[in-house]
Design a protein around this ligand. Structure first.
Ligand code: KG4
Ligand code: ZN
Length: 346
């Protein structure tokens, strides 16, 4: 390790994953530990904030200790503590924020506050330190669906976002309608492999010719009507559907969401002078989305580069937090012990 190496301990507790990682110089991943709570929330079909908060409390110390041990460093080697303090579930964020502030104070290390969505963007830029910006970034997660004009890693400009449900949220809710296991995204992708994406023509809401915002509540309702009848008076027909019928609905839903995400990204490319496209967030793990965005970028002469987050860093993790924090460290942007969790923040 050279004398200039900067080791950052990243912490992430914004939703239902307790994560810690040590990243050196923004790109060398020394360790990444993620304790998923998926099993705890499964029977509720979504994240229950109080359960998430309690589970974070139980896992936070063991996860941080494991990340430091796996990185084979001591606290003396850590140069800063980075924490995703927004956006997310306040009762979940507060666990990570409190842990990070405590470590910052007791170990006398600088504290760095990170925006969770910007960190998802960073996961597409891991090991791309000299990337030429600007870039258009599509960030699709359980809580957010956003397009950014990324002229600067530290100050991306929001171009558009969801006006109702996020794409991941729609995947999770449609999975519940189709009686598929939580989390919905991977379940829908799995069953959709055997389905026909043209079987049901679900609506693609584009919100007008110039809009870069997203709306996914309409398609969720369309799937519900399809499964329960327009009047919603009948019982769900899902139990009497064949596996093929469910696969067809899942594939058609997934295709409609992917079509909208790709179309809006292509609009954002037109509106900016970006030659690079970034894709990150939990839904970016979806192979159909990855493939469709790749195809669009291949066919778009103004796009020179598409960078997609590695699959293990699409869903919530602390590597993206520690990696982005390195840029703040270099820029001398630090937080103090008054840092608080914030539910919102683009
Ligand atoms: O980024 P993330 O881990 O958490 C938030 O910041 O919200 O994203 C979680 C979301 C969930 O809604 C999950 O269903 C979705 O990402 N997701 C997927 C896939 N894997 C995770 N959606 C579609 N296809 C997938 N393979
Ligand atoms: Zn996330």
């Amino acid at each position: 390790m050279t004398a200039e190496s900067i080791n950052i301990l990243g912490i992430e507790t914004s939703c239902d994953e307790t994560a810690a990682a040590v990243v050196t110089d923004g790109e060398i991943i020394k360790s990444s530990v993620v304790a998923s709570q998926a099993k705890l929330h499964e029977k509720f079909g979504g994240v229950v904030p109080e359960i998430a908060s309690r589970a974070h409390l139980e896992s936070i110390c063991p996860v941080i200790i494991e990340a430091i041990e796996k990185a084979d460093i001591t606290k003396a080697d850590i140069d800063a503590i980075a924490i995703a303090n927004q956006p997310g579930l306040t009762v979940a964020l507060i666990v990570g924020v409190t842990a990070a502030k405590t470590l910052s104070f007791t170990w006398n290390k600088p504290l760095i506050a990170i925006n969770h969505i910007h960190a998802h963007m960073q996961s597409a830029m891991l090991a791309q330190q000299n990337l030429q910006l600007p870039a258009v970034a599509l960030i699709v997660s359980g809580g957010h669906t956003s397009l950014y004009d990324c002229h600067s890693i530290l100050e991306p400009k929001l171009l558009g976002s969801t006006i109702d449900d996020a794409a991941g949220e729609a995947f999770d809710k449609v999975a519940t309608i189709l009686k598929l296991p939580y989390p919905g995204g991977p379940s829908i992708e799995k069953i959709a492999k055997d389905g026909n994406p043209s079987a049901v023509n679900f609506p693609r809401s584009l919100l007008g010719p110039d809009s870069l915002d997203f709306s996914f509540s309409g398609i969720k309702t369309a799937v519900l009507y399809h499964c329960q009848g327009q009047d919603m008076k009948g019982k769900s027909k899902v139990h009497s559907m064949t596996k093929q019928q469910i696969a067809d609905i899942a594939a058609s839903f997934q295709q409609a969401v992917v079509d909208v995400l790709v179309k809006k990204t292509s609009r954002a490319i037109e509106k900016t002078d970006a030659k690079t496209v970034l894709l990150g967030g939990g839904v970016a793990a979806n192979n159909v989305l990855r493939g469709a965005l790749e195809k669009m970028c291949d066919n778009n002469d103004s796009v020179e580069r598409l960078l997609i987050a590695p699959k293990q860093y699409c869903t919530d993790n602390a590597v993206m937090v520690a990696s982005l924090a390195y840029h703040k460290f270099k820029a001398g942007i630090f937080a103090d012990l008054s840092l608080e969790p914030k539910a919102h923040g683009q």
